[in-house]
Design a protein. Structure first.
Length: 541
RNA sequence: GCCGGCGUAGCUCAGCAGGUAGAGCAGCUGAUUCGUAAUCAGCAGGUCGGCGGUUCGAGUCCGCCUGCCGGCUCCA
């Protein structure tokens, strides 16, 4: 798995305090240059060899008949497909990294084993490089930067539910503003549905049966309500408020919906995994022959939006899970629809059998973050069940009632998660267009305060998010703090600037651009913002 | 939910083997008026996550709860 390895052992608990002792022992094994000897045996022989070892026996009996490979190294023989390095001396650098519990065969009902993680390389340099990246990733951690930059916070009073601060909301609103621009251009309309809906609705949608353990409930006037974990049932009700003609389709109805899901306490993780979040949802209602084009349209929108942030992604197709609603035929048709759209898009994708939602197969877009983890953000889920359950219809050219096809889709996925990914992706250094504070004005001394005030309001008048640092601190200190707060345009105001009617602009790459007149400043800055450019030095050309 | 680790001032962290809390930064006040990453001085700031227990005495030991972190599982 990537750069790391792990080994599960059924034993009393291990902690990181035990690592030095284990590593010393590992060092001995490496120094001994013990060879690995591969041996192929029959399944029966393997079962005989490992009698008394229940875990190995279970693994072996699940393997196909035929030869099974064993690797012997000293007095230890392990079951492994291989290949292995010739001897233990080939390991030039290694380190144990973490320890955790892991269920046997990832099954909660089975025994919990001790899983020890480590990493190993053919050279010390490679190991150091790997550890350096881990270190860098720690610095970019969105939880730390969120506190430092005053973007958001978490409180014991609402575990897993983020509080966005004033500066965080600036970024939030810009993300949505951009999103609305793109969606309007792509032919979407926007809707909004309530957070609480009654139990009957969730029974009708199938969530009561399939998703109840993740939902929050409330009782009002003797009626049971659920706080929505998904937006779709509400969207169904909106669709049903009036008859639809085939001429109206496709209807692309977006909704920034606030959903709540009771996730297990142990899985919460900053903005990446929360219990309350906003989805940039949309439900597209269409005729069967529009499936391919509509999905292709979403894929193109995904690509367009991610590229604005300089983010890469890959696609995964997930098929029917064990627990699901709908008929075999519906699933087949739905899965085929997604596959043909993917083929039309032409980009390679991964297939996850049995990983779909309970109401339909899906295509997920995964972004790669600064910690090298991939995060599912965008998702396109074809749903041939809900339209049935809610008896959706449209009138076709034949003047008959037909069932529309529906997809659910997101692009940011969870706005909270996407926000967190962006914080790490940019290391807190947002591009000019989305920076909470775009410019700060630093007067060199108090004599220049009133002029600096004028400059500040002049910039604000042009729509720039600009602040004045009027504190009686040294210029050095104010520059330092502006840099640390990742403010993209740092403007110092001294006699020179006042006299020449020009600006000295320091950008976040540390470069200072002297003598920029106001016309040029506004022209280049506003152009940079409008184009949502990603580069730091606004005046580079 | 499960396994492991944590929880000391707004932030980052000290606090040795139980004797009753400390630093830097931030904040406030005053002085300084400075040309591109920390001017100086003073002041203030903590029921040491919560509850209970052991003890003459608990931030330090034990138990439970809670939250966070890393995994398992799950997932937007």
């Amino acid at each position: 798995m990537g750069d790391e390895f792990y080994y599960d052992i059924d034993m009393t608990t291990v902690s990181e305090g035990d690592f030095p002792a284990i590593e010393t022992e590992m060092k001995k094994i490496v120094q001994a240059r013990t060879p690995f000897e591969r041996r192929e045996v029959s399944k029966a022989d393997a079962l005989e060899f490992y009698k008394g070892e229940p875990y190995k026996l279970e693994m072996i009996s699940d393997l196909k008949d035929g030869t099974i490979s064993l690797y012997k190294q000293g007095d230890f023989t392990d079951l492994c497909r291989g290949p292995h390095i010739p001897n233990t001396g080939f390991i030039k650098a290694f380190k144990l990294t973490k320890v955790s519990g892991a269920y046997w065969r990832a099954d909660q009902t089975k025994a919990q084993l001790q899983r020890i993680y480590g990493t190993a390389f053919f050279s010390k340099k490679d190991l150091e490089e790997y550890l350096y990246i881990l270190e860098e990733a720690k610095k970019r951690n969105h939880r730390k930067l969120g506190t430092l930059l005053d973007l958001f916070s978490f409180h014991d009073e609402a575990p897993g539910m983020p509080f966005f601060h004033a500066k965080g909301m600036v970024v939030w609103n810009l993300l949505l503003q951009y999103w609305r621009e793109e969606h309007q251009a792509a032919g979407y309309v926007e809707t909004k549905t309530p957070i609480m809906l009654n139990r009957e609705l969730w029974e009708r949608s199938g969530h009561w049966e399939n998703y109840r353990e993740n939902m929050y409930f409330s009782k009002i006037d003797d009626y049971e309500y659920a706080i929505k974990p998904m937006n779709c049932p509400g969207g169904m009700l909106v669709y049903k408020t009036r008859p639809h003609s085939y001429k109206d389709l496709p209807i692309r109805a977006a909704e920034i919906g606030l959903v709540h899901r009771h996730e297990l306490s142990g899985v919460l993780s900053g903005l990446f995994r929360v219990r309350a979040f906003h989805q940039d949802d949309a439900h597209i209602f269409m005729t069967p022959d529009q499936i391919k084009d509509e999905i292709l349209g979403v894929l193109k929108l995904v690509e367009r939006i991610y590229s604005t942030f300089g983010l890469g992604f890959h696609l995964e197709l997930s098929t029917r899970p064990q627990r699901s609603i709908g008929t075999d035929k519906q699933w087949e048709q739905a899965t085929l629809g997604l596959k043909s759209a993917l083929a039309g898009y032409g980009k390679e994708y991964v297939v996850n059998e049995g990983d779909g939602a309970f109401y339909g197969p899906k295509i997920d877009a995964h972004i790669r973050d600064a910690l090298k983890r991939t995060w599912q953000c965008g998702t396109i889920q074809l749903d041939m069940s809900l339209p049935d359950r809610f008896d959706l219809s449209y009138i076709g050219a034949d003047n008959e009632k037909h069932r529309p096809i529906m997809i659910h889709r997101t692009i940011y996925g969870s706005i909270e998660r996407f926000f967190g990914i962006l914080v790490e992706h940019f290391a807190g250094r947002f591009p000019l267009w989305m920076a909470p504070v775009q410019a700060v004005v630093l007067p060199i001394n108090d004599e220049l305060l009133s002029y600096a005030r004028e400059v500040t309001s002049r910039l604000q008048g042009k729509g720039l998010r600009c602040e004045l640092d009027s504190r009686a601190e040294s210029l050095n200190k104010k520059v330092r703090e502006a840099q640390l707060m990742q403010i993209p345009l740092i403007l110092t105001i001294g006699e020179k600037e006042k006299g020449a009617g020009a600006l000295s602009v320091r950008t976040l790459d540390g470069k200072v651009n002297y003598g920029i007149d106001y016309d040029r400043f506004f022209e280049q800055v506003l152009d940079h913002i409008v184009k949502r450019r990603l580069d730091l030095n606004v005046f580079s050309n």
